[in-house]
Design a protein around this ligand. Structure first.
Ligand code: XIL
Length: 341
């Protein structure tokens, strides 16, 4: 039977019901209602001196999870061989525990923000293996029982799907994935171990390369629990097959997470760009929502005040759901309504 109401009226009624169901509900609450583990944010230690920022970050209904934006990277944690510094990470852990937020570890093995002594050490394969085992073992071990998950290896592929020629690959070939993952598992049997990268949101050469690698790790019984998709995206250029991409990794029996979401625009900001950004955030959230094993979404900080984008992508910015004055942007409603949809 034909509905007496027009399509427009039905869509409007549906939206009103959704809005009512979600009134006041914040992003982590909405993510959990959608069956996810968390919605979270990255944070860098110096930002914690900004009280209004810290207060909003500490609202666990908005952010159920934190990631240390810089303080667990190799150059910070082990700047000199054998000297470990966990103060920055410990500060964020303490905050997360106080707020009852999950903590994601970022990251053990990465070519960037790597300590110079590793990069320039000209180590043999045997020595570099021992160095990775020690670093991942101590880092993950220090937070044993405290971390929801770890980005064990970060950014290991080039965009064309070839292995990145890092000091790790150049010295050890593909063996270093196994070395790092096994060391992490030994140090904390219960945390979830991820590989993490950018430009792997959709199906492309780079995500294909991860698919092949993860399949082979699973076949060799190397511990791997998840694929982290960073999500550094551009307004108007969000890939259309994110859901399909996530689903194929989920079908391997692992989790998927969006670990560093931001959607940047060419400045200046206009109302049109903000509306497009809202649609783009909603599209990413809907993809995660649609895939059962997509466990959560983390924004790479929540406010434009502390975004890394302007310093790296000249002339671009305004990539996050809150503006520089900690005011919600249309993107916030895009995220909220996508969790509700
Ligand atoms: C960025 C930080 O946000 C910046 O503060 C720092 O100067 C550079 O690194 N991919 C990653 C993150 O895995 O660690 C990066 O974080 C952003 C890109």
């Amino acid at each position: 039977m034909r509905s007496p109401f027009s399509q427009g009226a039905r869509v409007l009624a549906g939206s009103i019901i959704l809005l009512c169901a979600g009134v006041g509900a914040q992003l982590d609450t909405l993510a959990k209602r959608a069956g996810k583990v968390y919605f979270g944010s990255a944070v860098d230690n110096p930002e914690l001196g900004d009280l209004p920022y810290k207060t909003l970050l500490s609202n666990a209904s908005e952010f159920g999870q934190l990631t240390a934006g810089n303080s667990l990277k190799w150059e910070t944690v082990q700047p000199v061989r054998g000297t470990y510094k966990f103060a920055g990470g410990d500060e964020i852990l303490a905050l997360a525990k106080q707020n009852r937020q999950l903590f994601r570890g970022h990251t053990c093995v990465w070519h960037s923000q790597l300590a110079a002594w590793v990069e320039a050490g000209k180590f043999s394969a045997k020595d570099l293996t021992a160095i990775i085992e020690d670093h991942c073992g101590r880092l993950v071990g220090h937070y044993k029982g405290e971390m929801y998950s770890w980005d064990v290896v970060n950014e290991a592929f080039e965009d064309d799907g070839s292995y990145r020629k890092s000091v790790f690959y150049n010295t050890l070939g593909t063996q270093y994935f196994e070395t790092a993952l096994r060391a992490a598992r030994k140090a904390d049997p219960n945390t979830k171990l991820y590989l993490n990268d950018y430009n792997v949101e959709g199906i492309n050469s780079k995500s294909d390369a991860y698919y092949t690698l993860i399949k082979s790790l699973i076949a060799k019984k190397v511990p791997i629990d998840g694929f982290g998709v960073q999500g550094h995206l551009i307004v108007g250029q969000v890939p259309t097959n994110i859901r399909e991409n996530f689903q194929r990794f989920a079908d391997l029996g692992i989790d998927v997470a969006i670990t560093e979401l931001d959607i940047r625009m060419v400045l200046p900001v206009t109302p049109e760009k903000l509306e497009q950004q809202k649609r783009d955030y909603a599209a990413v959230i809907r993809a995660c929502k649609a895939v059962k094993r997509c466990v959560g979404v983390t924004v790479w900080d929540y406010t434009d005040k502390y975004s890394w984008i302007p310093s790296v992508f000249k002339g671009e910015g305004a990539a996050l759901p809150w503006d520089e004055n900690l005011k919600k942007k249309p993107a916030y409603d895009g995220i909220a309504s996508a969790w509700l949809s």
